[in-house]
Ligand binder design. Sequence first.
Ligand code: HEM
Length: 455
Amino acid sequence: MAMVPARPPWREFWRVRRIFGAGVLEGLTFIHRQYGPFVRTRLPLQLYFVADPACIEEILVKKADRFRKDRTSRLLSRVVGNGLLVNDGESWRRQRRLLQPAFHQRQLQSYAAAMVGAIERAAATWQTGEVRNVHEDMMAVTLNIVAEALFGADVSADAGHMGRIISELMEEFGRILGLAARFQPPAWVPTPANRRFRASARKVDRVILRVIDARRRNPSGPAQDDLLSLLIAARDEDGSTMTDAQVRDEAVTLFLAGHETTALALTYSLYLLALHPECQARVADELARVLDGRTPGLGDLESLKYTDAVLHESMRLYPPAWVMARQALTEVEIGGFHFPKGAEFVMTPWVVHRDPKSFADPEAFKPERWEGDLAQRLPRFAYFPFGGGPRVCIGNRFAMMEAKLVLAVALQRFRFEVTPQTELTLLPSVTLRPRHGVRLRLAARERLDPVPPAP
Ligand code: HEM
């Protein structure tokens, strides 16, 4: 066996550059189709691209303790401080232990009402016949949901306001990341971008720390069942609790990690359903049969099997977290190859999810493929929209429950149609975003006759 993974030959250098220049998704797809599932870059970096499910499992699960997050992900710490998403080592393990109970099934149930409420309020303002940017709509809905889950009924927190200032912070960060493609001055250099970013971060700190302080002073106040209270009350085995700064970092992390990804899963689901009216009709049919016009609740989720398949299939084709990466903390062997400490590995659900070895007709939107036992038959990590191993998305069940409830309410009320203005240009950033949003027309959902109960 070769000692190192394949890399594009020099004579292909310009071709590969040209394809990456056209788009990073096209570039990654090309190198894997052309040079195999484990590719080394020609650049003088210890940087590897991995699209083999077994090797991804080695990195994310079997040898997870040999890795930390990669350098680019760690840049996010400018926004989320030492929050779960970027934390590493012993400190990460402790925080994960402290946060985990907030995502237990019983706790999740308490968020269902907020999820349904947010989409019902939004849908009540939508009009039949109008063309809407559903990406914007879904961002607003999921922002309200995560704000309510975190800060509950706490008026001092003013969930909407909190959402806006954190989004502002993220926008500033996005601009810094954009600049980073060319030059990345350290955070302490007072460039205009860094100054605006710091001002934004201070605003977030002020608001969140004020809320935390109020909660600590009045622990039996009105908002005891939200995520923030759980973070404040969480105790480790030795009885220790989180500092205010750590609670702040985790709250901002949950805000960020929790709302945009779910909004994207919903946006792409609506887009794909609008492109495939026959699939949309099947969802509507299922909703009519299971709910008969009622508002969906937690007890219905199990029965919404086709709706579930639609979400799976949308996240296969458009994984919101389209790329994950890790850096080796020690020398390590992956896929039989040997790598030095510091080597970085880039794993791309976008490429893996479209591999014809795992999925027949991989580019086609076919929710039916998930109705059988496909999920059980697939190799582990042939499909991994939520990552895997110890750092698997802590919010995966929260997200699936939220996405199903929101999709169900939206599709109960409206039919979504493509229009001549509908287009999708992808912007692979921290997440896989639609560059110009997604415009769809809302049509009336003709009420189906309720299915008579079985005799
Ligand atoms: C469809 C929606 C979502 C998708 C596709 C998604 C995807 C992911 C992925 C792929 C990771 C692992 C990243 C890596 O290994 O480098 C992750 C981690 C994480 N996610 Fe999600 N996520 C979603 C929703 C949520 C929600 C709703 C929350 C919280 C309310 C959340 C909170 C987190 C946190 C805190 C982490 C870091 C976990 C750790 O490192 O221990 N996510 N997510």
